[in-house]
Design a protein around this ligand. Structure first.
Ligand SMILES: [Zn+2]
Length: 345
């Protein structure tokens, strides 16, 4: 099959690799229809993921059709159209049994290795899905492939940032970083907050945030706008979706006393200079969220089916699987907001 492989940092190629096979009775094989490039894919692309195994097939956001199932697969059937959770979880460990699948002791992320055990991803014609009965969600015709791709990761993650922050009706919410996850947080926050302020350096991303209903501002202007809208108090909730040390520092500076900074940007820097004196004096809570598609995707799917949420507005580029290297270059240079690959060759 054809697949997007990280040959070495900075070197993404579409290669012919062996077709995946059922390795465990709980596995399914999915023929991928659409697969998206995620900001998290850029960390191994830049060699920033310690222990990443070169040769891994990338991609943890994909929708496709089930073409084979192992003997222990019970709920999922061949022919069904499905979306996977970006991170697999076993459903039986202490974390899973207590409702925390994102911390599953047996977790792994499609298309990643190093941080997690290797599991080849879905930017490919075919992908092996372990624990298929748990990982796959069956889709019906009310939702398109392109919309359903967002249920794998970015929509539950953007929503999860608000949920973990305890966002309530009438809050002032700031989103720092308007990539796909940040824009999903904007979209969800618009249903709750009295004011949503979107911060990004890129004018096109600020325009998208405005189309979703937010007040958009550059990083330089964010402090003045938050002060103006909160009488100088600061924001109730600040979502850090930039995944940069600078973004985190800015988020910590925009939150009110006893407010919450909710981080969904991926961070791997071990030496971030956290100002604990500032955090203590202002009683700031800092939470990190990976996102919980397993628990949140069904309700988010219902909101999409009823027309409340339309995540596809952030898709800027649609291209065939063979053009994936160009897609990575566009996304990495911030000339693309969200790239969706058509994998049905
Ligand atoms: Zn588990």
């Amino acid at each position: 099959m054809r697949a997007v492989v990280l040959v070495a940092p900075g070197d993404v190629q579409v290669l012919t690799v062996p077709d995946p096979e059922i390795m465990d009775p709980g596995d399914a094989i999915v023929r991928v229809r659409q697969s998206a490039i995620c900001g998290a894919d850029l960390f191994p692309f830049h060699g920033l993921t310690p222990g990443f195994e070169n040769g891994t097939v990338l991609g943890h956001e994909f929708v496709g059709e089930v073409v084979a199932t192992g003997t222990a697969v019970d709920r999922i059937q061949i022919g069904q159209r499905v979306v996977a959770t970006s991170t697999i979880s076993d459903g039986v460990c202490d974390h899973c049994l207590r409702g925390r699948p994102s911390q599953c002791r047996g977790r792994s992320l499609f298309g990643y290795s190093g941080v997690y055990p290797r599991l080849d991803g879905g930017q490919a014609e075919l992908v092996r899905v372990p624990i298929a009965d748990r990982v796959l969600l069956v889709l019906d015709d009310a939702v398109s492939d392109e919309a359903a791709v967002f249920l794998a990761d970015v929509l539950p993650t953007g929503y999860g940032a608000l949920k973990r922050a305890g966002t309530t009706l009438g809050d002032v919410v700031v989103i720092v970083g308007c990539g796909p996850v940040g824009l999903m947080a904007v979209m969800c926050a618009m249903r709750l907050a009295v004011n949503v302020i979107a911060v990004d350096t890129v004018p096109e991303r600020r325009n998208l945030a405005e189309r979703l209903g937010a007040r958009a501002v550059s990083p330089e202007g964010s402090s003045a706008l938050v002060d103006e809208l909160t009488n100088g108090l600061g924001a109730d909730v600040v979502v850090e979706a930039a995944g940069t040390p600078g973004g985190l520092t800015q988020a910590l500076g925009l939150v009110r006393g006893r407010g919450v900074v909710s981080v969904v940007g991926a961070h791997f820097e071990p030496d971030y200079p956290l100002d604990n004196g500032h955090m203590f004096e202002r009683e700031i809570s800092l939470v990190f969220t990976i996102g919980d598609p397993f628990n949140d995707r069904a309700r988010l799917l219902d909101l999409m089916r009823n027309g409340v949420l339309d995540p596809t507005v952030v898709v800027s580029h649609r291209m065939p699987l063979e053009k994936a290297a160009a897609g990575y270059a566009l996304f990495d240079s911030r000339n693309a907001t969200k790239v969706v690959l058509d994998c049905s060759l």
